[in-house]
Design a protein around this ligand. Structure first.
Ligand code: GDD
Ligand code: MG
Length: 362
C-alpha cells in the first residue's frame, strides 16, 4: 500500500523555528517528528511513501533519502505551493496501483491504527474515508456532521466559534480511492474546502472515529503537548550515549536526553522535557516542559519553562525564559535577561535586555 504525506507547508505559526527547517524535521523526544509517522506507516503494511515537498524541500530530501524503516521514499516536488489537494493530483501516477491509498498531513503526530481505518473504508464503500478525532474546540480544524452509518453529511473547514456541526474533526488522515482524483482540479486546491464538501454532498465521504494519541503540531502549545504525550508513551526517561549528568542533578520523568548531553550540578530537568544532542546545561538550572534543539548551551542558574529553544542558541547565566516563548537558532540571550511569555526571538539575534511584553523580536 502507498501513502502520500503532505510535507510542504510553511509552518508559519511556528516561526522563527520554521524559518530554518520544515516543521516535519522538528525534534520530538529526540527523534525527528516525521520519523514517528514513517515508523507507524511501515508497521502498518505501507511499502512506499510519497513525500509531497515544497518549502525547504532539499532539507527533507537530505534527511530522509531514498529509503527509511524499510519504506521506499519518493519525492513529489512542487515548484509552487499546491495546497492540500494539488499535491495529491500531482502525485497521482505514483499513488494509483489498483488499491486505495493513504493521505496524511505531515504535521500530525498520532498512533492511529491505519489498518483499521482502511478496513472501515472498505466496509463502507465510499470514495474517501477520513479519520476523525474528538476535540473540545473544533474551530482550528475541519469539523464534520455524521449520520448513523458514518456517512459525512457536512464538512466545514475552520468553522467559526459556535457554528461547528460537531466536535468530531478531520484528523488529517484519509483513505482515498483513485476516483477522488477526478474531484481535484489541477493547480492549487484545498481538499478541505473544495473536495470534501463536494464528496459529502454526493454521499461518497465517510468518517471513522479514532482514539489515542493525536496532535497537530502547528502551533507552539500543541508542539509542546505532542512532546509531552510522546514522552509519556515512552514511559520513563531515555538517555542517549555519552551523556554526563552530574550526580547532584535530577532528571524528572518523562524526559529524554539525546547523545552527548552535559548537565551540571544541582540542575533539575523535566518533567516533559526533550533535550537534543550535544546540549550543555550548567549548574543550578531548571528546565521544565520544554524542547531544547541540538547544540544549545544553557549557562548556570538559568530557567526555562514551557518554551522551545532553537538549534545552537546560547542562553547565558541567570536567564529566565517563560511560557510559550520561542528562541530562534543561534540567538544569544545574555546574562540576567528575562524573556516573558509569548515572545519569539529571531535567529541569530542577541538580546541584552529583558523583554517583558509578548511579541516578536527581530
Ligand atoms: N506539499 C504541500 N504543498 N503540502 C502542504 C501545502 C502545499 O502547498 N500546504 C500545506 N501543506 C501541508 C502542511 O505541511 C501540513 O502537513 C498539511 O498540509 C496541512 O496543512 P496545515 O496548514 O497544517 O493545515 P491545518 O493544520 O490548518 O488544517 C488541516 O489539518 C487539520 C488537522 O490537523 C486541515 O486538514 C484540517 O481539516 C484538519 O482538521
Ligand atoms: Mg496543521
Amino acid at each position: 500500500m502507498k501513502a502520500l504525506v503532505l510535507a510542504g507547508g510553511f509552518g508559519t505559526r511556528l516561526r522563527p523555528l520554521s524559518c530554518t527547517r520544515p516543521k516535519m524535521l522538528f525534534p520530538l523526544a529526540n527523534e525527528v517528528m516525521l520519523d514517528w509517522t514513517l515508523k507507524n506507516l511501515a508497521s502498518s503494511g505501507v511499502d512506499t511513501v510519497v513525500l509531497a515537498v515544497n518549502y525547504m524541500a532539499e532539507a527533507l530530501v537530505r534527511y530522509f533519502g531514498p529509503t527509511k524503516f524499510d519504506l521506499g521514499i519518493i519525492y513529489s516536488r512542487e515548484d509552487r505551493p499546491l495546497g492540500t489537494g494539488g499535491p495529491i493530483k500531482k502525485a497521482a501516477e505514483l499513488l494509483v496501483d489498483g488499491e486505495p491509498f493513504l493521505v496524511l498531513n505531515g504535521d500530525v503526530i498520532s498512533d492511529i491504527d491505519y489498518g483499521q481505518l482502511i478496513e472501515h473504508h472498505k466496509r463502507k464503500g465510499g470514495l474517501a474515508t477520513i479519520a476523525l478525532i474528538r476535540v473540545p474546540d473544533p474551530s482550528r480544524y475541519g469539523a464534520v456532521e455524521l449520520d448513523g452509518d458514518d456517512k459525512v453529511l457536512r464538512f466545514v473547514e475552520k468553522p467559526e466559534l459556535g457554528t461547528a456541526p460537531s466536535n468530531l474533526i478531520n484528523a488529517g488522515i484519509y483513505v482515498l480511492e483513485k476516483e477522488v482524483l477526478d474531484y481535484i482540479p489541477d493547480g492549487k486546491v484545498s481538499t478541505e474546502k473544495e473536495v470534501f464538501p463536494l464528496l459529502a454532498k454526493e454521499g461518497k465521504l465517510y468518517g471513522h472515529e479514532v482514539r489515542g494519541l493525536w496532535v497537530d503540531i502547528g502551533v507552539p502549545d500543541a508542539y509542546l503537548e505532542a512532546n509531552h504525550l510522546v514522552l509519556e508513551k515512552l514511559n520513563g526517561s531515555a538517555v542517549g550515549e555519552g551523556c554526563v549528568v552530574d550526580e547532584t542533578a535530577t532528571v524528572l520523568e518523562p524526559s529524554s536526553l539525546g547523545n552527548g548531553v552535559l548537565i551540571g550540578a544541582h540542575s533539575v530537568i523535566g518533567p516533559d522535557t526533550s533535550i537534543s544532542d550535544h546540549v550543555q546545561i550548567g549548574q543550578g538550572c531548571r528546565i521544565e516542559r520544554s524542547i531544547i534543539f541540538p547544540g544549545v548551551t544553557i549557562g548556570d542558574y538559568s530557567s526555562i519553562r514551557n518554551a522551545i529553544i532553537g538549534e545552537n542558541a546560547s542562553i547565558e547565566r541567570w536567564v529566565k525564559v517563560e511560557s510559550g516563548s520561542l528562541i530562534g537558532d543561534y540567538a544569544t540571550i545574555s546574562d540576567g535577561v528575562t524573556i516573558t511569555q509569548g515572545v519569539s526571538i529571531c535567529p541569530s539575534k542577541t538580546v541584552t535586555e529583558s523583554i517583558l511584553e509578548p511579541g516578536q523580536v527581530m
